[in-house]
Design a protein around this ligand. Structure first.
Ligand SMILES: [Zn+2]
Length: 57
């Protein structure tokens, strides 16, 4: 499981969601229901690389 950080462009809420790597990015905000979520990348991408390296080495 990876923790993704989402931000809603509608209500401006920012929150973390745990998802599997294979899961599609969320689009619907769990606070206001608007389909205006965007997923922040950065720390999470770094974590993803670490997991992959660990698995395939
Ligand atoms: Zn929202």
């Amino acid at each position: 499981m990876i923790t993704y950080n989402y931000k809603c462009q509608s209500c401006d809420k920012q929150y973390d969601v745990k998802q599997r790597i294979t899961e599609d990015p969320l689009t619907k905000c769990e606070y206001c229901g608007a389909k205006r979520l965007i997923r922040n990348i950065g720390v999470n991408e770094f974590y993803f690389c670490k997991v992959r390296r660990h698995r395939y080495m």
